[in-house]
Design a protein around this ligand. Structure first.
Ligand code: FNR
Length: 361
């Protein structure tokens, strides 16, 4: 590495240097005009902090508990597809970094290492992200493997009946490799010369008919808690609680699905109010600083998930790179807690931030 990065944003350039353009563009891009992509980050910058002074901050405790799993800080690893395109060790390296940082990794359904390989490579607490396939029998088999291999929750992604239009992938004719979780079950290699192979893959295998009633089906095939990922409105948050999910992830899929959805941080509070503490609310989209983690918690999230920076860390320096990304965010978050007068996570409250909407209240 040229010079050691001092913040997680600096890993992006290292990833750019390390990766073929097709893969870098795949990891970094968003949908269509990428308006939401910019907003996810920009909206954090419009939130200001309201620190309290003369609080004893000689000991800072960042630890928290998510669905019964104790972790060192409320910073988790978001599910992102195909880590072996970033680094030969793929998701195994990411999981080892999660274990070293004592946090939770959410393994993507579209991973390049199998559920079993990731489980046996380390003792990280793992959740599994699921896309429901047209072939429900294959989804059910995968869920059973996930359960058997000690994953602690299913994170059902609900914002992807079809893939968003990612124009760089279309231009680059992004190619999807055979995804190993589906080996022997389903071919994920798509043979088309036009546009993004990933888009064609999703169209071929994802169940576009998936609806609220199907949460019942998923519950009937697993005893694991089910979180749903991709909620942006109070209407859907209420519905999710009604159908009995164990948690909600406020997410716009890192702005890769529907462009012109709001920045996730600007709708977090709406969802948190609708949920009213009945289930935990997790958050992702644009978290790049410890102050972002603090802001999301002040607005009611129990923890944040980090997507692209983890992949950039992996591309730049494998397991060590991912570890550095998580450690940097943890260090910055700890400092933010100290300088805000919040020695414990539960000391972080709504009154520690002001948002652009507060003036309108
Ligand atoms: C994703 N995301 C995603 N989500 C999911 O549920 N299943 C998946 O397989 C993927 N794959 C994926 C690949 C890449 C390259 C990216 C960047 C994102 C979305 C991811 O879980 C998360 O919602 C966002 O990445 C969070 O935003 P940031 O942290 O990237 O800004």
């Amino acid at each position: 590495m040229a010079s050691e990065p001092v913040n997680v944003n600096e890993f992006q350039e290292l990833a750019r240097q390390a990766l073929p353009k097709m893969y870098y563009d795949f990891y970094t891009g968003g949908a269509e005009d990428q308006h939401t992509l910019k907003e996810n980050v920009a909206a954090f910058r419009r939130i200001m902090l309201r620190p309290r002074v003369l609080v004893d901050v000689s000991r800072i405790d960042m630890s928290t508990t998510i669905l019964g799993c104790k972790i060192s800080a409320p910073i988790m690893i978001a599910p992102t597809a195909m880590h072996q395109l970033a680094h030969p060790e793929g998701e195994v390296a990411t999981a080892r970094a999660a274990a070293a940082c004592n946090t939770i990794m959410i393994l993507s359904n579209m991973s390049t290492c199998t559920v079993e390989e990731v489980a046996s490579s380390c003792n990280a607490v793992r959740f599994f992200q699921l896309y429901v396939l047209k072939r429900r029998d294959i989804s059910a088999q995968i869920v059973h493997r996930v359960e058997k291999n000690g994953y602690k929750a299913i994170v059902l992604t609900v914002d992807t009946p079809r893939l968003g239009r990612r124009e760089a992938d279309i231009k680059n004719r992004m190619v999807a490799p055979q995804l190993r979780n589906f080996e022997g079950l389903l071919s994920t290699e798509v043979d088309t010369d036009e546009g993004s192979n990933l888009e064609a893959l999703a169209e071929g295998i994802f169940d576009t008919s998936l609806s609220w009633e199907d949460i019942g089906w998923l519950k009937s095939i697993t005893n694991l808690p089910i979180l749903i990922k991709g909620v942006l409105t109070h209407e859907n948050a209420r519905k999710a609680v009604e159908v009995g999910v164990a948690g909600i992830v406020v997410s716009n899929h890192g702005a890769r699905q529907l462009d012109y959805t709001p920045a996730t941080i600007s709708v977090l509070e709406e969802v948190v109010h609708a949920v009213g503490g009945r289930v935990p609310v997790l958050f992702d989209g644009g978290v790049r600083r410890g102050t972002d983690v603090f802001k999301a918690l002040a607005l009611g999230a129990q923890a944040v998930l980090v997507g692209r920076p983890v992949v950039y860390g992996l591309a730049a320096n494998g397991e060590r790179g991912v570890r550095r990304v998580i450690e940097m965010l943890k260090d910055e978050f700890e400092l933010t807690m100290a300088l805000s007068g919040c020695p414990r996570v539960k000391d972080i409250t709504r009154s520690h931030v002001t948002t652009e909407f507060d003036k309108l209240r």
